[in-house]
Design a protein around this ligand. Sequence first.
Ligand code: ADP
Ligand code: MG
Ligand code: ZN
Length: 413
Amino acid sequence: MANPRDILKAQFGFDEFRPGQEGIISKILEGQPVLAVMPTGAGKSLCYQVPSQILDGPTIVVSPLVALMDNQVAGLRANGIMASCLHSGQSREDNITQWRDVTTGRSKILYVSPERLMTDRMLSAMKALKPALFVVDEAHCVSKWGPAFRPEYADLNRLHQLFPETNLAAFTATADEATRQDISTQLFGQGGEIIVHGFDRPNLSLAVMPVDNRPRQINNLLINQKGNSGIVYCLSRKSTETYAQSLRQSGYKALAYHAGMTAEARYENLERFMAEPGIIMVATIAFGMGIDKPDIRFVYHVNMPSSMEAYYQEIGRAGRDGLPAETVLLFGLDDIRLRRQFITNDGSERDHQMREFKRLDALIGYCETTACRKQALLHYFGETIQPCGNCDNCLNPPEQVEASQAARAIIAA
Ligand code: ADP
Ligand code: MG
Ligand code: ZN
C-alpha cells in the first residue's frame, strides 16, 4: 500500500500534513468508519482525497452543491489528479464520459449529489462498481438536529446497510455533541468513530466578567486597545447606536452596525471598518458573516451570545492574523432571563425548546466555570487540550475556598 505522505508530496505537492489529517487518513485506510469534525479551511477534503489515491476501488463523494463539486474536481485536476463528477448541470454525454472514467479506473474519485446517488438505478450501478469508500461531505446536513438539515441527505442512512463491504467517512465543520452522535448513528449504525480537531485558536485570550456597569467595563477594556480594530457585540439594535455614540464622545472611532440600518449605511460602515485602522464596530450579530479582516484585535460581548456555537464563531473573528487578540464576555443574570424568554416565546416544538435550554445551560456553565475557559470551550466541541495559561481562570485562579469553607463550617457545626 502506498504511503499517505508520499501521495501528499507526489500528487498534492504539499510537504506536511496539517494537524489532524494524518490520524483521520489512517483510520480511513484501516477501514474504520469515521466522522471528522474540523473547522472550515482546516483541510478536510485532503483527508479523503489522499486515501482515494491509495484504496483499492473508487471513492464516491457525496456533496450538496454543484458548485462545490466542480470546485473540488477542478482543484484535483489542477494537481494532475483525475477526478469525476455527475450532476444535472452537465450534459448527458458528459455524465456518461465521467462515469466511464470511474468504471475503467482512470478516475479514482467521483463526486455526486445525494439525490442522484440514492436512486435505484445508481445504487445498482454502484453495487457493480464496488466502491472502496463513501464520503459524506458537509455531513451536518444528515441530522435533523443540525442547522442545515436536508431531506435528501437523510436518505444516506441506507448506505451502510446497502454496502456492508464499503467503508464510510463523513466530514463537517459544525456539529454539536448531539448532532455528531446523530450523524454517526445515521450514517454508520454502530461503531463509528468521531474525531474532533483544530478548533483551538491559541492566540485568542478568553475572559468572562460578571456584569457590573456595562458601559464602564467596556470603556475600561478599550483603554488598552488604543488604535486597534475590534468588535463590540450588543444584543439590541438600539444599544449598538447608544454605545457607538458614547464611545465617539470618549474620542474613539466607533461605528454602529445592525440589520435595521439601510444597506448603504451598513456598507459604508463596513467599508470603513475594513479600510481604516482603529475602528470599533459596535454591532449586533448581523455583523459577521464573511467578515475576513485579519487584524481584529478584540471582540467584546456586552451581552451573552446565543449559544456556545455562536460565541465561538463571534470571538473567532478576532486574531485571524495569528497575533494575540483579546475576547471578553460580560455575563449578567438579566441576559440569562432574556435568553430563557426568547426560547419560551419562539413558538417551536417542546423537544426543540428543551434542546435550546440545554444549549443555554452549556453557555451558562461555561461562564461560571472556575477551570480553564479554553479547555471548557473546546470540551464543548469535543476536543481535549491542556489548560491554556492564557484565560482569566488560568491567569488568576478563582478562589474556591469561600464555598468550601462555608460547607466545612456547616459540617463542623
Ligand atoms: P475544509 O473542507 O476543511 O474547509 P479544504 O479541504 O477546502 O478545507 O482545504 C482548505 C485549503 O487547505 C485548500 O486550499 C487545501 O488545498 C489546503 N490544504 C489542505 N491540506 C493541506 C496541507 N496538508 N498542506 C497545505 N495546504 C493544505
Ligand atoms: Mg470542505
Ligand atoms: Zn485557560
